[in-house]
Design a protein around this ligand. Sequence first.
Ligand SMILES: *[C@@H]1O[C@H](CO)[C@@H](O)[C@H](O)[C@H]1NC(C)=O
Length: 73
Amino acid sequence: MTVLGKTIHISIDLILVSTCLAGLRRNTGLTPKLQTIENMTIRDYMSRYLNMGESIYDYSVATCGSSPYFGRK
Ligand SMILES: *[C@@H]1O[C@H](CO)[C@@H](O)[C@H](O)[C@H]1NC(C)=O
């Protein structure tokens, strides 16, 4: 596998994890405790990462909500 392919693969994995965390948060209210991270720089990046997941989650919900292939139970 090329370095680029690996990078893309890791990025997609990270995005999926972030989206999963957003779904978990929306459904259960559980969220990683960012205040346990001492380093402000890393904490800032983590919160951006989680926000990115939420954006993707919201986008997916909106897309599925307006799709004829998805319904509500
Ligand atoms: C946090 O971590 C980054 C990268 O590891 C480092 O450059 C920075 O100095 C650290 N900041 C604090 C406040 O410890």
